[in-house]
Design a protein around this ligand. Structure first.
Ligand SMILES: NC(=O)c1ccc[n+]([C@@H]2O[C@H](COP(=O)([O-])OP(=O)(O)OC[C@H]3O[C@@H](n4cnc5c(N)ncnc54)[C@H](O)[C@@H]3O)[C@@H](O)[C@H]2O)c1
Length: 447
């Protein structure tokens, strides 16, 4: 009798898995996206565009309301596309997580920040997994997309989902698939960036690859969730360390009176074995300054010290201070003390043509300038207000503010800015991005 019950259960779940495969292939599967931010919103849109019925979930009511009103809050997704999918009934958002019960798939796209101590803050992934665990059902495909340390999917997510009594690879399916989106990139976006996916079992990988292949151009299956987790960390650590090297070159060149930008451009003419990375005012965003420390933290547990990561982190972290010292020197040469001088920051987003100020080096630079007694203003076409990290500032109109300033500092090189007019109307310009390349003026000082 007991064997019969077990066999029946097995049969039911095999049927559920086959049914899921069929529903994915026919695009009748009900798709869920948990966390509707920079990653989750574009992903939800791509699956709805591919014909799936998509439900987005978030804890923030205002985001859910804007989503349902067809108002995009992510620059890479335009209002018309979002509104038309919402209107067509392919896309909706909710704060009610009981809808998970009805879903065939779910992508977890919640934040993975660092704590002040540079330890991973897994609280969002934990709470998202707990929400899913309450609604586990046979034939369910769960994918973690949040960037995290190798081992998260099997050590943290899997045990919570298993509490349902369901077995992974047979009753439900679990994958890790890193999100590699580059907000603001005009060429590469969610749909055309190859999607790496690694499952807990071959059946999980197969279903995950089948799923992503419906909406995204290319899928790259790998052998495990740990490989997929490590892929993302290698990519971002590669960038972070190379930027660290470029920044260290900038510090050396600054001391030696050499133009680091000219050095890099000339080195980049080598047709092999060199890839240019550029210095800047410091690292920003939710990925490059953070993700490598997830790896460094996990490596310590494995008894290996990630020395490249720590060193690059130290050098990159010095850049805002270096920028402020260079501003101070430039004002000094103009016989002005930094204390009491007006410094206007151009661009506070962490990179060009986006509105995201998370971890932006501009915030550090503003803090350092204020601490030294400067009067700081800013302008940014994408950021009307800064209200974070103890700052509350409103954007000023660029050219009048630049005219009033003793020094203008280009921190973010947004492409819509008229840099010729900016230089003409400023007394002194510190360019931390080499956006004024080719312009000759004694007013211009480069990083
Ligand atoms: N932003 C990027 O460029 C980028 C690129 C690649 C990977 N990533 C990674 O993707 C993940 C998400 O990043 P993001 O930039 O989209 O973050 P985000 O902050 O823009 O969005 C995350 C969303 O998750 C919501 N959320 C938090 N806890 C939740 C919960 N328990 N249930 C439902 N929703 C919840 C938040 O309210 C927020 O709207 C992070 O791990 C990040 O490292 C980000």
């Amino acid at each position: 009798m007991a064997t019969e019950i077990v066999n029946n259960k097995r049969c039911e779940t095999i049927v559920a898995a086959e049914r899921l495969k069929d529903r994915i292939a026919k695009r009748t599967a009900k798709v869920g996206v948990l966390g509707l931010g920079y990653v989750g919103l574009p992903l939800a849109v791509e699956f709805a565009k591919a014909g799936f019925d998509v439900t987005g979930m978030d804890v923030q009511t205002d985001k859910v309301d804007r989503f349902n009103a067809g108002q995009s809050y992510v620059k890479d997704v335009n209002d018309e596309v979002l509104a038309s999918l919402v209107k067509a009934g392919k896309l909706r958002a909710t704060t009610d997580f009981s809808v998970i019960e009805e879903l065939d798939t779910i992508d977890i796209c919640v934040p993975t920040p660092l704590r002040k101590t540079k330890d991973p803050d897994m609280s969002y992934v934990v709470s998202a997994t707990e929400q899913i665990a309450q609604h586990m059902h046979p034939g369910f495909l769960v994918m973690l997309e949040s960037t995290t340390y190798p081992g998260t999917t099997d050590e943290l997510v899997l045990p919570k989902l298993r509490e349902s009594g369901l077995q992974v690879g047979r009753d439900f399916f679990l994958c890790f698939s890193p999100e590699r989106v580059d907000p603001g990139n005009p060429k590469f976006h969610t749909a055309n960036i190859p999607k790496v996916v690694g499952g807990m079992t071959p059946a999980c990988t197969e279903l995950g690859a089948l799923f992503y292949g419906q909406a995204l151009e290319k899928v790259v299956p790998v052998s495990s969730t740990r490989v997929a987790e490590m892929v993302k960390l290698l990519e971002n650590t590669f960038r972070m360390i190379n930027i660290g090297l470029a920044n260290e070159m900038a510090l050396m060149c600054s001391r030696m009176g050499i133009d680091v930008w000219e050095v890099i451009d000339a080195a980049a003419t080598k047709p092999f074995g060199f890839m240019p990375f550029y210095p800047g005012p410091g690292l920003g965003g939710h990925c490059i300054p953070i993700d490598p420390f997830y790896l460094s933290w996990k490596s310590r547990e494995a008894g290996i010290e990630a020395r490249f990561i720590e060193l690059a982190g130290y050098i990159n972290g010095q850049m805002p201070e270096h920028v402020v010292e260079r501003i101070q020197d430039a004002l000094n040469d103009a016989t002005k003390p930094l204390r009491g001088s007006r410094v206007h920051i151009v661009g506070v987003a962490y990179k060009r043509d986006i509105s995201d100020v998370r971890e932006s080096p501009a915030l550090d630079i503003i803090h350092l300038l204020l601490r030294r007694g400067a009067i700081v203003t800013y302008s940014d076409p994408y950021v009307p207000k800064i209200a974070r990290e103890g700052l509350e500032l409103y954007a000023e109109e660029l050219l009048p503010a630049a005219e009033q300033a003793d020094c203008v500092v280009i921190v973010t090189d947004h492409s819509s800015i008229d840099y010729t007019a900016l230089v003409e109307r400023s007394q002194l310009v510190f360019d931390a991005r080499n956006v004024l390349k080719g312009m000759e003026s004694p007013k211009i000082i480069k990083l």
